[in-house]
Design a protein around this ligand. Structure first.
Ligand SMILES: [Fe+2]
Length: 373
């Protein structure tokens, strides 16, 4: 008998080339806060989308940094409260959308993010402020999850926050926004989506509906990521990549991620690797490990993708990463032998690591890291 499961994805998805131009159709109320990073503001993307919101009063907050801090959230929330925002729109990669999630809640909830996150004792009451997410990379999946990741600068740790009010009301998925992504970002964000899909697939909390979404996303990524990397103007490849990122996002929104993401946290905060690189650098090693523990499920996946078994899939993924000039060894991002124990400890501190279908302890995690040093 199939396992019991629940499935909840309450976000309305609007997908299509040019979808961002119709964003105004979805917004209720007058006052809108658009949250983006400085690059998307200075290159005109945020403004172009804001200009499509006919009849709305649009304010911009464009100070979002990678691995956004609680302080950035609080700063944006102060502006949202000041303008009495009816709608918060996060435009960008995961950082901007994650901040938008928390800000939309803080408009209707007093205090700072620290009251609700990382040891904070308050819980959000339902938000009245609309939340819309608009991804500009094909990778994060944040537009369809109830998870946001923030950095607590007080203790120097990056941690996910899960909240029922973080589901966006609308997610507008417009492949046109990804046409100008540079090759290196296409590679790292696309491999992040690969990790989301495969971590949902092998997750201890895997959901049959999501297994199907994951398999579809993984096939789309294997068939399209190199095309999008080599030919940034390949519209079909771009459309397939953002569709893959979306379906991978829906998949891991139900299961959360596993060891790959747990170990990525110290690799980003302490070694400066971007999120997609920090995740995918351990991906082939995790595929090898999980293939050993879940041979049936991993062989099914490998066969569907055209490989003999899980180990052959791991080799193919590693070769794909090398072909896109991505690091596949930890020393390439500055990690030394003497750092491995610390990375192991921080990774083991993230609860998601125990959703990996393998024993995750000091010895096994250290051995995995050592194998790819
Ligand atoms: Fe990720």
């Amino acid at each position: 008998m199939e396992k019991e499961f629940t499935y909840c994805m309450p976000t309305q998805i609007c997908f299509g080339a040019g979808a961002a131009k119709k964003i105004g159709d979805h917004i209720k109320g007058e006052n809108v806060l658009i949250i983006s990073d400085p690059f998307l503001y200075s290159n005109g993307t945020a403004k172009e989308i804001g200009d499509c919101m006919t009849g709305k009063k649009v304010t911009y907050f464009s100070e979002i940094e990678p691995n956004p801090s609680c302080e950035s959230v609080n700063k944006a929330a102060a502006i949202a409260r000041e303008i009495h925002a009816d709608c918060v729109v996060g435009i960008g990669g995961g950082s901007s959308m994650d901040v938008a999630k928390a800000v939309s809640c803080l408009v209707d909830n007093e205090g700072s993010l620290y009251n609700y996150y990382s040891g904070g004792t308050h819980t959000f009451k339902p938000r009245k402020t609309m939340l819309i997410c608009v991804p500009t990379t094909a990778g994060t999946g944040s537009e369809v999850t109830n998870v946001a990741v923030f950095t607590n600068k007080k203790i120097g740790i990056k941690m996910p926050m899960v909240n029922q009010y973080f589901w966006a009301d609308y997610s507008v998925i417009d492949p046109e926004l990804t046409y100008t992504l540079p090759p290196q970002m296409t590679a790292s964000t696309g491999m992040d989506a690969f990790c989301h899909a495969i971590e949902a697939y092998w997750n201890k909390e895997s959901v049959p509906i999501c297994d199907m979404l994951s398999i579809g996303a993984l096939k789309l990524i294997m068939e399209n990521i190199k095309k999008a990397y080599d030919c940034p103007n390949d519209k079909k490849a771009r459309g397939n990549m953002i569709l893959a990122s979306l379906t991978a996002g829906i998949s891991f929104s139900q299961t959360r991620t596993t060891g790959i993401h747990a170990l990525s946290f110290p690799l980003t905060t302490e070694f400066g690797a971007n999120h997609g690189t920090a995740c995918s650098i351990t991906l082939p090693a995790f595929i090898r490990l999980v293939s050993h523990n879940l041979p049936g499920k991993m062989n099914d996946l490998a066969h569907y993708l055209g490989y003999e078994d899980g180990l052959a899939l791991a080799d193919a993924v590693e070769a794909l990463m090398i072909s896109m000039h991505m690091p596949v060894r930890l020393h390439e991002i500055g990690v030394k032998d003497s750092d491995l124990e610390h990375i192991t400890q921080v990774g083991l501190g993230a609860a998601i690591i125990h959703l990996t279908p393998a024993e995750m302890n000091e010895e096994t995690v250290y051995a995995l890291l050592k194998s790819i040093l």
